[in-house]
Design a protein around this ligand. Structure first.
Ligand code: AVJ
Length: 333
């Protein structure tokens, strides 16, 4: 075999790790279709998670601040909708600032964080155990977008789901509905669900939140290429890809893209990819809802909205849903 034939086979840096294989497969699948796209879940490696934490503190990035304001202002009202002795099941757990507000306000028997990273859960649960010794910590290492079983102890408690941060906005509306329906199945009869949902608002505010002056969001977006370079041995030239974020009004979503500034070729996992000048990789959608449009999706997925709070500017909402079938017992057989 000639050396040039060998040189064409790109081997991932850590070929044996199953996560690397899944990442490689998703990257190749997304970059060999038109238009090119990458799943936003891959933003969150170590560097990406740190960049996201920085985003949450930016003056332009209102969602985190608004949601924290809502949770602080209405902690008592939210807690009133959580039965004493309930299990709080969090779908994907980030920095636990929001969780702590609920843990402090409600009389919970258990906290069930569900996260893909067992190491992350370990650290989180050990910290929270000390602060909330009366709450049983029952972590579940699972991909919360797939189905998973609740710990047996939580199955006999009243159950409340918690999905803050408007992470649901990353999903297409039909996927958001499917996710809500599946969460209803996981949480079981008489469950409730607390969901953070970003709202439609002035386009200038939306635009600024994803085009911050310090360029942290741009770095967060470009970090995806850094990660592909490092983990999959690719050679994306970061300087030739630009951060694009804009509001798509027809679809009520922020779109993030990485735009190629010139015509170029990049090899990833042995695939030769061609980029036209100006061609983009679509890296994220962040859907915005009205209270009504989100309510309609929730109802269609078997939930009934029972309470909603917003911040003073109506930028963000925290919504409480209950399982629709349970509120109508007696109506149907
Ligand atoms: C974590 C998905 C809610 O959509 O606002 C922040 C991610 N992307 N800046 C969002 C994000 C760019 C964020 N979510």
């Amino acid at each position: 075999m000639s050396s040039s034939a060998l040189a064409r086979i790109a081997i991932p840096v850590e070929p044996s790790r199953p996560e690397t294989t899944a990442f490689a497969a998703d990257v190749v699948a997304g970059l060999t279709v038109t238009p090119k796209r990458l799943p936003p879940k891959y933003f969150y490696d170590q560097a990406g998670s740190e960049l996201f934490e920085r985003i949450t503190t930016l003056p332009e990035y209102y969602p985190t601040r608004c949601e924290l304001d809502i949770l602080h202002a209405h902690a008592k009202d939210i807690a009133a909708l959580i039965p004493d002795g309930a299990a709080l099941i969090e779908f994907g757990s980030g920095a636990s600032t929001k969780t702590r507000i609920v843990l402090r306000a409600a009389k919970l028997a258990a906290y069930v964080p569900v996260d893909i990273s067992a190491e992350f859960l370990d650290v989180q649960v050990n910290t929270l155990k000390r602060e909330f010794p009366e709450v049983a910590m029952l972590p579940v290492a699972a991909d919360f977008s797939q189905t998973f079983a609740l710990p047996v102890a939580a199955q006999s408690m009243p159950r409340t789901g918690f999905f803050p941060g408007s992470t649901i906005g990353n999903l297409e509306p039909h996927e958001a509905a499917a996710f809500l329906r599946q969460a209803g199945r996981i949480l079981g009869p008489r469950a409730s669900f607390i969901v953070g949902v970003d709202l439609i608002k002035d386009e200038k505010v939306l635009h600024a939140a994803y085009n911050d002056r310090q360029g942290v969001t741009a770095q967060f977006n470009r970090n995806l290429l850094t990660r592909i370079n490092r983990e999959l041995g690719a050679k994306f030239n970061l300087a030739s890809f630009e951060h694009h974020a804009f509001y798509n009004r027809e679809r009520s979503r922020i779109e993030m893209h990485l735009a190629s500034l010139k015509r170029q070729r990049v090899t990833v996992c042995g695939e030769r990819l061609e980029f036209r000048a100006g061609e983009t990789i679509h890296t994220e959608n962040s859907y915005k809802y009205s209270i009504e449009s989100f309510g309609a999706i929730a109802r269609g997925a078997g939930w009934t909205p029972v309470a909603v709070w917003t911040d003073k500017d109506n930028y963000f909402s925290v919504q409480v849903l209950t399982r629709a079938d349970d509120s109508r017992t007696g109506d149907r057989t």
